[in-house]
Design a protein around this ligand. Sequence first.
Ligand SMILES: [Zn+2]
Length: 249
Amino acid sequence: MTSFIPCTTITPTSNSSSYNAATQERPLNSNTRSSSRPKRNIGSHTKYWKNGKTLKIAMYDASAEAIAAVKEAASEWLPYVNLKFEFINGEIGDIRIFLNPPDGVQSSAIGTDALIDDIGGTDELRRGPSMFLKWVPGDSRFKYVVMHEFGHALGAEHAHQHPDSAIPWNAENTYKYCIQHYGWSKSVVDKNILPLPRNDQHTYIPYDGDSVMHYEIIPEWTTDNWAQSETWAISDGDIAIMRMAYPKD
Ligand SMILES: [Zn+2]
């Protein structure tokens, strides 16, 4: 059994504001494969930042030690993306990190969803945090969590939700386990654990069980006691996705 609550992605309540934020930032996020196809597939868009962008990353009330730990872990992505990170003080940034949320849940918005929120709309002065991290000095898992949440912040989804994963899910038991241990509703489980429906507008790279975007899978969620632990490093598959999303010329 896991001793922590797994990551949840922050889902926008409006898919159309997610689509608008994504396509304003980077028109190719619309993902329409044919120009004659009407834009009816809202929900199939990607959420990557403009290639070459310097992302401003704001951390609220963080100690110098916590900021250094986040910087070090997040920077593991930098060799594979055509982006720069600029860590800034205050609460205004493309990515806004709040440390130690009261509920202890670590989470992030996916890519350009950080440009919207339920309170502030597109008003950058009023946007809430787009990432929550639980900072405990000396926690050996913290670096993995930061790399995972920054993977979301750069636009990556959960690897274990790939429609082609060979994970023998037991959906009923997963729902039961998650309501008992985390208080998660079925819809939170569907959004964060179980396979996402295949979308023919997406370009899929092969399923990658070694991805830093993959949860630990515990036997309570599968048939035949199938299980897999976390990989605390960026995988070849993660690198391939980020190179495709943010090519360096
Ligand atoms: Zn996650």
